[in-house]
Ligand binder design. Structure first.
Ligand code: SAM
Length: 623
């Protein structure tokens, strides 16, 4: 677990989180490479605003939708049509013809695109196969099983609709015209051919493989798994392939060469074929030299025996030593006078290894026995290892007449072998490390590509948000300008209105009579200065009041009928002579005239003109 400052601490267990996800959702991420998996999960945690794996686990528990976001982040779907063009060219020119060449007419051709992502790989295969065999044969015989663990990617794959520029980057204009048709601004893979491509969810780690496959394409997917899981998946692929079936891997996926299950077809483009384990040939035995040899003279045979670099002891059928060569004598301290004595009396019969019972067995059965890697401690030098061969000596009638015991030093050979094994092991480790680094680089590359795509999308979103903001800004600016124009107009009107009001006020103020104007609801809208003087009520107090509720010395109730008559249009002028009390409390008589207020021929109110007998002016405060 990466435990840098910002990320989860070391004690915080990624493995517990992975176990939890496996149990809760059946997704097994434990076989994925830790470096890239950790990066992706931490990326998602950052986006979700949590810092520890434990917090993230809690989040998954309370917000199940988070699983979708997590899987989208972990499962990198970077893909494309004919991705790594040269490898696909090789497939089209060599592998596909080999697959089809091995088939009879209308014999089924089964293809599996594992880790297919959003379908580009599966449709690339369909295009190349159709190119090679024609539409009819393709429809009749080909089935392309395209699988992935990512359901969302499979939905896109099933729609089979792609942007024109993505297709143009891979296919010729003829291929695009032949295999794709316009569909809502995109290009869709032809429906009749599309039926031969079957999409399905399949987990390479947990689900059984699809059997009897002629061509298995699994590119840029294995590299996300650790070496052990890759081996398991490759063994499933071996099972999935028909005899001689072909495997097409991604450009950095090479662990396959270490499994012995596949034969390299082309190492550069990572195309392999299934090694048929059952039919592995046992190499024929080496030819036996014919002819009869001329017997050598006994002295020569004795001399050759004596100087042989292998220590040898010969015994007869009674287990009596009949000869021990120079090397044997020196190695085991055998004196010449011990020749002719029973073998069991010699130290070599029990040291470095108990040989007496074995010798018995060889003389009885007449079968050779070899004992390897016997530790030997010569008195003069360092420890050695011996291969001891006990060989029965047969007479022409096949009767056992004795045995030869040879002692061959295997110490140097053994040391070399160990050295070789160690070197081989180191080489293998170095190779696997290199492979892991290459794959790590490749996965990091894909992550970067996916982050780049995300950034590009975000950038485009920002761009479009920016454009929207700009449009809104322009709209606001134009609304602002409209409002300013209206405002100016209003200001002008207001000035005009002020002037008209002043004009009206001056007219009303210059009249000798009190004047009140009421609307159809009898609410007072105008109350001139003479009315103020007469009744001691200020204009701002009278305005808005119901005329009949005015607390003044004029008996306003008496005006109810004339006002209503004028308002209803029954009368055009009404006169009343009323006794009233002015603001000083003095009785006065008033001639009150009520006339309708007309606007464009319509009655919009009533004007009450109050002409009261003049009073000697004696200013008194307004109420
Ligand atoms: C980088 S894409 C490769 C797509 C395509 N094969 C290519 O090379 O263009 C890797 C794909 O492997 C899929 N994948 C990851 N884990 C998987 C699993 N356990 N079983 C099946 N597919 C898996 C991912 O969902 C993703 O779509």
């Amino acid at each position: 677990v990466a435990g840098d400052g910002a990320g989860p601490s070391e004690g915080d267990d990624l493995e517990t989180l992975l176990g939890f996800i496996k149990e809760a959702r059946g997704f097994d991420f434990t076989g994925y490479k830790r470096a890239s998996l950790t990066r992706r999960i931490q990326k998602r945690m950052g986006e979700a605003g949590v810092t520890t794996y434990a917090e993230y686990r809690d989040l998954l528990e309370v917000r199940p939708a988070e699983y979708g976001d997590l899987f989208n982040t972990v499962l990198i779907n970077v893909t494309g049509f004919l991705r790594d063009r040269e490898a696909w060219d090789y497939l089209a020119q060599s592998t596909i013809p080999a697959v089809l060449g091995a088939k009879g007419t209308d014999e089924p051709v089964r293809v599996w695109s594992a880790g297919t992502a959003s379908g580009e790989e599966a449709y690339s295969l369909a295009v190349l196969l159709c190119d090679a065999m024609g539409d009819d044969a393709f429809r009749r015989s080909v089935k392309i099983y395209a699988t992935d663990i990512d359901e969302e990617a499979l939905v896109t794959a099933r729609h089979a609709r792609y942007a024109t520029k993505d297709l143009q980057a891979a296919f010729s204009p003829e291929q695009i015209a032949r295999y794709f048709e316009p569909d809502s601004g995109l290009l869709a893979f032809r429906k009749d051919l599309r039926r031969s491509v079957i999409f399905g969810r399949h987990d390479l780690v947990q689900d059984p493989p699809i059997p009897r496959v002629d061509l298995l394409v699994c590119r840029n997917t294995l590299m996300y798994f650790n070496a052990e899981t890759q081996r398991r998946i490759l063994s499933n692929f071996h099972f999935a392939l028909s005899p001689g079936g072909h495997l097409f891997l991604g450009k950095s996926e090479a662990l396959v060469t270490r499994t012995n299950l596949f034969i390299v077809e082309d190492l550069r483009f990572h195309v392999f074929s299934k090694r048929n384990v059952d039919s592995r040939r046992i190499p024929p035995p080496p030819a036996v030299a014919g002819g009869r040899a001329t017997p050598a003279p006994q002295t020569l045979i004795d001399a050759a025996f004596e100087i042989s670099p292998l220590a040898q002891v010969a015994v007869n059928s009674d287990q009596v030593v009949v000869a021990a060569n120079r090397h044997a004598r020196a190695m085991f301290g055998i004196d010449l006078d011990q020749v002719g004595r029973p073998f069991k009396d010699l130290e070599v019969s029990y040291r470095p290894l108990e040989l007496r019972s074995t010798l018995d067995q060889v003389l009885t059965d007449g079968r050779p026995v070899t004992i390897s890697d016997v530790e030997f401690h010569p008195s003069t030098s360092v420890v050695d290892y011996l291969d001891i061969h006990l060989l029965p000596a047969l007479a022409p009638n096949h009767k056992v007449v004795g045995a030869a015991i040879t002692f061959a030093s295997s110490g140097r050979f053994r040391a070399l072998k160990e050295e070789l094994e160690r070197s081989q092991h180191e080489l293998e480790t170095a190779y696997e490390e290199l492979q892991a680094t290459v794959e790590e680089l490749e996965t990091t590359n894909e992550e970067l590509q996916s982050t780049n795509e995300e950034l590009e999308t975000t950038n485009e979103e920002l761009h479009s948000t920016n454009e929207e903001l700009e449009t809104m800004n322009e709209e606001l600016q134009s609304t602002n300008e409209e409002l300013e124009t209206i405002n100016n107009e209003l200001r002008e009107r207001s000035l005009e209105l002020d002037a008209v009001n002043l004009f009206l006020e001056s007219i009303l103020g210059s009249l000798r009579f009190g004047v009140a104007v009421v609307n159809p609801q009898l609410s007072v809208s105008v109350w001139n200065r003479q009315a103020e003087d007469l009744w001691g009520v200020r204009s701002d107090e009278a305005q808005g009041q119901h005329f009949l509720n005015l607390d003044v010395g004029l008996p306003v109730d008496a005006l109810k009928v004339p006002i209503r008559r004028c308002l209803s249009g029954e009368s055009t002028v009404e006169h009343r002579h009323l006794d009233a009390v002015n603001r000083r409390g003095r009785p006065v008589t008033c001639d009150v005239t009520v006339i309708p207020q007309l606007s464009v021929g319509e009655v919009v109110g009533a004007i009450v003109i109050m002409d009261c007998e003049p009073e000697p002016s004696d200013p008194a405060p307004l109420r």
